[in-house]
Every structure is written in structure tokens, then in C-alpha cells.
Design a protein. Structure first.
Length: 685
């Protein structure tokens, strides 16, 4: 009898093992087929289309892709692979009308006005979404969201040819886009005729069951995007080609990390007793509810606009340090990334960095308190406590890992002499010697398509390079209410930090992203969820050849008293492909490479000198091949004013003889001919 029972148990264990093994093999096969399927879109134009009318008079009749190591299918995969961004319901985006116009908000002309890149319909993009816009599915619902490509795909035009640049900085005006979207949603709510058309068109797509469901979501997402706009209102206008991404990521984390206990305290400190009594009548239901996600959003619904602004000032930091969208070639080969070298690229660093980016671009964050502990919370550092925070979200860690892997094969574009005027070889040769004298101490040269290339961040402390300090200062000094992350520990380069009631925003972000990464995808069934989660993290860690290392250059080291001192600095990266990345400096305050070699005019400088422009236009894609950068005069774009706080064009005046080299020496200022020689060399990198 006993022998028979043991035999039976053995057979069952063997059967279960075979079933489990078969399931793993099946998931591997499905994953491989899925990857092949996603690269089926081989449209030779990569979906590119032209726009008939341009607000700034740009004209191009064809689009040319520059050689950067990617095939058409790889570009299209990059454009259309979701990372878990959920801006609003997908059907809403398809049918929404512009405010005051009976034209689709997503029309090519309107999208192009915000300087996103329109696309034609292709296999992987059947609804002809713009570059970097994609359908995401989360918990059974479909959303439109943003991919990396929305902010990191560029185009420059020259004499009728649009040069499309994968991984290049976008010219997008994201704040203008969000403002326009908010107005369009408000109009769809408030205008009876527009609302009627909107509801009918949404229902016709078959994904909403009735009018009430449409109107409920319309109200919810109108409020959500309006709250986002209120929270992130900045005294510094961004214009085109810039965004304070870190400021907005910090605010998104602070919004969703907020606890009911802390919010109750903030409300009591913000409003008068009379106001508080009125607000708390309805707010009490929100604060005492077990549904803690979107708690700030739901409280904002109960407040007037002025009250929302006062609450905003208590919780959030102004995202008032816009910077140019970074270019992505060589990013996986860097030891540290971001303008201030904030993020290490070693180990799992890229997954955490990209998770923070998705949080910033409208990832759904269903963070909530739950009883007991879970494996995810244990990994995230919560221990065996009686309660833990479930950091469930729409963030697609699997795709983030694959996107980073795809970027490893992208390289910078060569100066296209079949489109642009050929490089002057004599000037280039003279410029090379000037580069050695003025630039090479910080900007190392690399072979753009070398698979073994590595880029060491050469940091320069803000006080040494002299450029606008706002971005670096905000990153190091911003603090916020810790909410659900309070009393947790976060590791830094100089030891662990215990998160207090108020803590550095960078610490709260680090803790939140770690826990999001530690939480498997809720949309997958149990075994697939945990298998893919483990596989992706192990693969991302062991496949990443970048190891944690020391930064290079001159910067103030982190200490226990000042754990973020090292990010009060800016990074000098290799300049291959720099011709395609204007405007220049981290905040986009200098329109062309030639202007970058000029000094900033200061009081007492002679009036007849040549200086960096203090005001110029941004928005056009037409390219100036002599000064190297988008044209900055002759049209009515966004006026960039360098007198505005955060917009300074001072510093990095090595070529002007005003900023000392790292060794303390200051070479003499260049002549005009020397500047033109150096620009010619920079074209060739």
C-alpha cells in the first residue's frame, strides 16, 4: 500500500514537473514568435509622410533616413513598442476634435504644429499614429501613450529633404500639446454639439458599452490631465525642443506616493478653518477610503482653481528647469547618463532609469496599501511588516529592457553630403588641431559604430563650467512629502538614507522605481507574470556589460552630509553626431555650434563684438549648414529669451577664452576663421 502511494506521488510530481517545463518552453516559444512578429513591419519609408502646410514655413517633399545601424523594421519597432504609458483612452484620441475646430485633434497639421512627427498607416501602426504614440493595453482597457521615440526622434529639413534622425532630440512642444489636449477634452465635455459627436464616434468603435461610460471617462481624464497641467505649471516657458522631464517625474512620484495621513496634515496647514470645514465635508470620504490611488487627483476635484494652486505649492516643486531632449545614440554604452550624470548605467540601472521615465509620461500607477507582505515588497525593502505597498502599475519592464537592448545597435548619423554641402577638408584638418586644444580634454572621441565602444562621463562642476545651474540645483535640492515611502531605507553611494516625513525627491523616486521594477506585470497570468519578471531582470543585469564605476572629470564628491553633491555638475559626452542635435548647451540656450564658440555679451563688452544671441526663435526644422543648427531667425516661432531664469546662455566659453580648461590654462580666444574651422571639424564627428 505504501509503495503504491509513493509511486502515485512520484508520478504526480513527474507530471507536474513536465507540465511546468512544458509551460516554460511554450512561453519561450511564444516570446520568440512575438519578437519575430513585431519586426514584420518593413515599410521602406518607415512610415514617414510629408505635411502640406507648416506653421513656420518649413517645406520638404521627401524624407530621407540617415544610416544609423537600424533597418526600417527596427525603426518602426522602436516607434510602436509600448512602455506602459497611458495618456487617455485610445478611442478618445482617435475621435477627439480640436477646441473650436471641427477637425481631429490628431490631424497631421495639428500634430506637426506641436512638432511631433506625423506617420502614414503601416502594419505595426494601422491607425497612423505620430512617431512615438502607441496603443497600450492595461487591465483590459486600451490607451494611447508615448514611447521613447516621441521625445527622441528628430528631423531636420534642407532644401526640400527631411532628414529623419533616430534617437535624435525631438522638436516637440509637450506642454503646448498637453494644454491643447486639455482644452479639447474640456470642449468635448461642455459643448453639447461637440459632446454629442464625441460620444457617437466613441461608441461607434465598439469599446465602450454606453454613453454614461464614455462621459464618466471623459470627466475622469479631463480632470486628470487638468490636474497634471496645474501641478506642472512652470514660470519658465519651455517652447519647442525642451522639457523639464525630471521635475515632472519628481512631481508624478510625489503625487502618487502621497498618503492620506500626510494629505490631511497638508490640507489643515493650507486652508483657513472656514475653507477646511467646507473642503473636508467631501474630502473625508476620499481620505478615509481604502482606495488610496490617485488621492491627490480626487481631492483636486473638490477644490477651486485657486485652492488647487495653493495645494500644489504645498506638495510639489516647480518644474522650471527645461533642458533639451538628450540624443540616444551611445546611451547604453555610457557609464552615467542624464545631463547631470544622475543615473548610473551599471547593473539594473537602465531598467530603473527607464521606469522613472514611464512614470513621467503617464504610466498608470495603482499604488495601494495591502495587508501582510509579498515577495515584491520583500525585494523592494519593506521586510516582513504587517502591511506593505503594492506598487502595481502599467510600466512594461519587459519592453523597457528590450528597448534598451535595441538602442545598443543605434549609432550617430554621419554628415550626409548627398543632402548637405560637402565638408571642407582643409578647414576640417585645421579644425582638428583646434579641437585637441579647446575640446578634447572633456569630449573624448569614439568610433561611432564600434560595438565595443564605452563612454566615460566627464563631469564638470557647475561653478567651473559656468552654465545655467537650475537643472542641476533642482535635481540635487528638491524635496517632497514622502507619503507611503516614509521610514523606508534607500541606498546611496555614501550609505543608506532613512526616508523622513519630507525627503529629497531623488530618494523618493529611487525607492518608488525600485518597487515598481520589483512588482510583476498584473496583466499576465501567475506563472507567466513571475517567469517573465525573473527572466527580464536576470537578463537585464547579466547582459549589461556596464558595471558600476567612478565618474570622471572634476566634480564635488558625495558625502554623508551632502549625498547628492556630485550631481551639481554637467556631463560632457562624446560629440559624434553633434551636428544633428541643436540647439546647444543642456538647456538649449545657444542655437548653433558656431554661436556656441562665441562669448556671451556682458556689461562693458564692446558693442561691435560678435556674441551669442540673447534672443532667438525656436521651432523651425530648416537647417543652417554653415553655423550648424536649426535656423533661428526669419520666422515667428517660440522666442527663447536667455534673460529668463533657467535660460542663461553663459558658460562653456572655452573657445572665447573665458572658461579655463580643466588643467587651469585658458587658451586665447578664437578668431572667426578658427571658429569656422572648428565647426567644420565638428560636422565630421
Amino acid at each position: 500500500m505504501m509503495k503504491s502511494l509513493c509511486s502515485c506521488l512520484h508520478v504526480r510530481r513527474k507530471t507536474l514537473f513536465l507540465w511546468f517545463l512544458g509551460l516554460i518552453v511554450l512561453m519561450v516559444i511564444v516570446g520568440a514568435i512575438s519578437r519575430i512578429y513585431q519586426f514584420w513591419d518593413k515599410d521602406p519609408d518607415r512610415g514617414a509622410t510629408v505635411v502640406k502646410q507648416d506653421i513656420f514655413g518649413d517645406s520638404f517633399t521627401k524624407v530621407k533616413y540617415l544610416e544609423q545601424g537600424w533597418q526600417p523594421s527596427e525603426s518602426l519597432w522602436f516607434y510602436t513598442t509600448t512602455q506602459g504609458s497611458d495618456l487617455l483612452p485610445y478611442d478618445f484620441f482617435l475621435v477627439l476634435e480640436q477646441a473650436g475646430k471641427r477637425e481631429p485633434f490628431r490631424s497631421d497639421d495639428n500634430i506637426n504644429a506641436y512638432r511631433y512627427l506625423p506617420q502614414k498607416a503601416t502594419f505595426s501602426n494601422p491607425d497612423a499614429l505620430p512617431v512615438g504614440f502607441v496603443k497600450d493595453t492595461y487591465k483590459g482597457k486600451q490607451y494611447v501613450g508615448l514611447t521613447c521615440a516621441a521625445c527622441h526622434t528628430g528631423q531636420l529639413n534642407y532644401k526640400g529633404t527631411g532628414m529623419r534622425i533616430d534617437g535624435g532630440p525631438a522638436g516637440a512642444d509637450m506642454t503646448g500639446f498637453i494644454t491643447g489636449l486639455s482644452k479639447a477634452l474640456y470642449t468635448a465635455q461642455e459643448d453639447p454639439e461637440v459632446r454629442k459627436r464625441f460620444v457617437q464616434n466613441v461608441l461607434a468603435l465598439g469599446n465602450f458599452k454606453d454613453e454614461k461610460a464614455v462621459l464618466d471617462d471623459l470627466k475622469k481624464y479631463s480632470q486628470r490631465i487638468n490636474t497634471y497641467s496645474v501641478i506642472n505649471r512652470s514660470p519658465t516657458e519651455y517652447g519647442y525642443a525642451r522639457l523639464d522631464a525630471f521635475g515632472r517625474i519628481y512631481n508624478r512620484v510625489l503625487e502618487h506616493a502621497m498618503s492620506a495621513r500626510q494629505l490631511r496634515t497638508i490640507l489643515q496647514d493650507t486652508f483657513t478653518p472656514e475653507e477646511l470645514e467646507s473642503v473636508m465635508k467631501d474630502a473625508e470620504n476620499v481620505l478615509s477610503s481604502n482606495q488610496r490611488d490617485h488621492i491627490v487627483d480626487r481631492i483636486s476635484e473638490l477644490l477651486t482653481v485657486k485652492q488647487q494652486l495653493r495645494l500644489r505649492n504645498q506638495i510639489f516643486n516647480p518644474p522650471d528647469a527645461p533642458v533639451s531632449y538628450p540624443f540616444l545614440w551611445d546611451i547604453p554604452q555610457h557609464d552615467y547618463v542624464q545631463w547631470n550624470g544622475l543615473a548610473s548605467n551599471g547593473g539594473l540601472g537602465p531598467v530603473g532609469r527607464n521606469t522613472g521615465e514611464v512614470i513621467g509620461v503617464f504610466g498608470t500607477l495603482d499604488w495601494r496599501e495591502e495587508p501582510g507582505f509579498s515577495l515584491s515588497s520583500l525585494i523592494g525593502g519593506w521586510g516582513l511588516s504587517k502591511t506593505h505597498i503594492n506598487f502595481e502599475s502599467s510600466v512594461n519592464v519587459r519592453n523597457l529592457r528590450r528597448i534598451e537592448q535595441q538602442l545598443s545597435s543605434l549609432h550617430s548619423p554621419d554628415w550626409p553630403e548627398d543632402v548637405l554641402p560637402p565638408i571642407d577638408k582643409e578647414r576640417r584638418l585645421r579644425g582638428r588641431h583646434l579641437f585637441t586644444t579647446y575640446c578634447a580634454s572633456c569630449h573624448s572621441e569614439i568610433q561611432r559604430d564600434d560595438p565595443d565602444r564605452r563612454i566615460v562621463a566627464s563631469m564638470s562642476r557647475v561653478s567651473s563650467v559656468g552654465t545655467d545651474p537650475k537643472m542641476a540645483s533642482n535635481g540635487a535640492k528638491y524635496v517632497g512629502w514622502s507619503g507611503i515611502t516614509r521610514n523606508q531605507y534607500v541606498s546611496t553611494d555614501v550609505g543608506n538614507v532613512l526616508i523622513d516625513q519630507r525627503a529629497p525627491a531623488a530618494v523618493i523616486l529611487t525607492k518608488a522605481t525600485l518597487n515598481v521594477v520589483a512588482t510583476p506585470d498584473p496583466d499576465k497570468f501567475f506563472l507567466q507574470r513571475w517567469y517573465e519578471w525573473a527572466y527580464d531582470l536576470v537578463f537585464a543585469f547579466f547582459n549589461n556589460e556596464i558595471q558600476p564605476s567612478m565618474k570622471g572629470g572634476g566634480y564635488d564628491p558625495d558625502t554623508t552630509a551632502s549625498p547628492f553633491a556630485s550631481i551639481m555638475a554637467y556631463k560632457a559626452r562624446s560629440l559624434n553626431g553633434i551636428w544633428a542635435t541643436g540647439p546647444y548647451l543642456h538647456n538649449g540656450s545657444v542655437p548653433t555650434l558656431y554661436d556656441l564658440l562665441l562669448p556671451k555679451r556682458r556689461p562693458g563688452d564692446p558693442a561691435n563684438g560678435e556674441y551669442r544671441p540673447d534672443k532667438f526663435q525656436v521651432g523651425a526644422r530648416e537647417f543652417d549648414p554653415v553655423k550648424v543648427g536649426p535656423v533661428s531667425t526669419g520666422y515667428k516661432g517660440f522666442t527663447y529669451d536667455t534673460a529668463v531664469k533657467g535660460n542663461s546662455n553663459a558658460g562653456h566659453e572655452y573657445a572665447a577664452g573665458r572658461t579655463p580648461q580643466p588643467n587651469g590654462e585658458t587658451p586665447p580666444p578664437m578668431t572667426k576663421e578658427q571658429r569656422l574651422d572648428l565647426v567644420e571639424y565638428l560636422k565630421s564627428l
